[in-house]
Design a protein. Structure first.
Length: 95
């Protein structure tokens, strides 16, 4: 099990073959673009309960072919960065 206690940046754990189960603690407020992308052994992510919402990029687990369980126990705002004429914009979806 790998425990995360701080915000996760873009591509921070991408292609990490050592990750299998990730526990994201209550102080984490953001998970960046492709933060866990292409982690071949990642099978489960749990985001624990918190009063604070968490912002998660829509593609945070892109390419994780063995991921079978994602548990999110708090309010989430999913987002995606989009480019418009060379300028990055944010598009959000609240759940």
């Amino acid at each position: 099990m790998f425990v995360i206690k701080e915000d996760v940046g873009d591509l921070q754990f991408a292609k990490n073959a050592n990750l299998d189960y990730v526990l994201i603690e209550e102080d984490v407020e953001r998970i960046g673009e492709k933060a866990f992308a292409d982690c071949p052994n990642l099978y489960s992510i749990r985001i624990v309960e918190s009063d604070k919402p968490i912002k998660i990029s829509l593609d945070y687990v892109k390419g994780c072919k063995n991921l079978v369980n994602v548990s999110i126990e708090r309010k989430v705002e999913f987002y995606k960065k989009i480019k418009y004429k060379g300028v990055k914009l944010w598009k959000s979806l609240f759940l």
